[in-house]
Design a protein around this ligand. Structure first.
Ligand SMILES: [Zn+2]
Length: 212
């Protein structure tokens, strides 16, 4: 990975420092003690010890973020993954975000700080996440893709991913995922397929297919 992608983050968040590489990931540690603002929910203070693993092939693979002092109880309602890392959203949305801007400071401010804001409110007030709650695991992933693909049924997601991960020549002969029973190229839905081919590459869509 290009270390330049970490520079702005380490400048802005000087409480963090780089540690030796572990398991093919750059490790960054620090105590984040800040006041966070939200236009609707006001301001809160957060105080967390974070360990950040940035894979050497970042941004191809996503960073993992952990809290190391046990300040965020490891429960599904706090959106903690089975490996103890934060569940920051669906892999698809995170991947698209990193394609737009792969600077780690951007990822941190768009995904990690909002997560810390929401989880802090959830821990102290026990009212659930105040915004953007995603269902867990594969169900959440499929619902997210259904919404993203503008499909009516979750069962149509699989066919859409098969089309997006096939070579165009083959894909254009396949049956449309929208339920019309026509070839993809004969349906108005084809415009969504053309749009999605610009969002991720065929191989990247194939990776999404492996996830469900
Ligand atoms: Zn159709």
């Amino acid at each position: 990975m290009n270390l330049f992608l970490l520079e702005e983050f380490l400048d802005e968040y000087s409480e963090f420092s780089m540690r030796p590489i572990v398991d093919n990931a750059i490790v960054i540690k620090g105590n984040l003690h800040r006041e966070l603002q939200h236009e609707f929910f006001g301001s809160i203070n957060i105080d967390y010890s974070l360990i950040i693993h940035i894979p050497l092939d970042y941004p191809e693979n996503l960073p993992l973020i952990f809290e190391s002092k046990g300040a965020i109880p490891n429960s599904p309602s706090n959106h903690i993954n089975p490996d103890g890392s934060f569940c920051l959203g669906s892999p698809l949305r995170l991947k698209i975000l990193l394609k737009r801007n792969s600077d780690f400071k951007y990822f941190f401010e768009k995904c990690v700080l909002p997560y810390l804001f929401a989880v802090t409110i959830n821990i102290h007030q026990n009212v659930g996440f105040p915004f953007g709650e995603l269902e867990h695991g594969t169900t959440g992933l499929i619902l997210d893709l259904q919404d993203f693909f503008h499909l009516k049924e979750s069962s149509e997601v699989y066919q859409m991913l098969r089309i997006l991960s096939s070579k165009k020549k083959n894909a254009n002969r396949m049956v449309c995922p929208c339920g019309c029973k026509q070839r993809v190229t004969q349906c108005n839905y084809f415009q969504h397929i053309l749009r999605m081919r610009k969002v991720l590459t065929r191989v990247e869509w194939e990776e999404q297919l492996q996830l469900i």
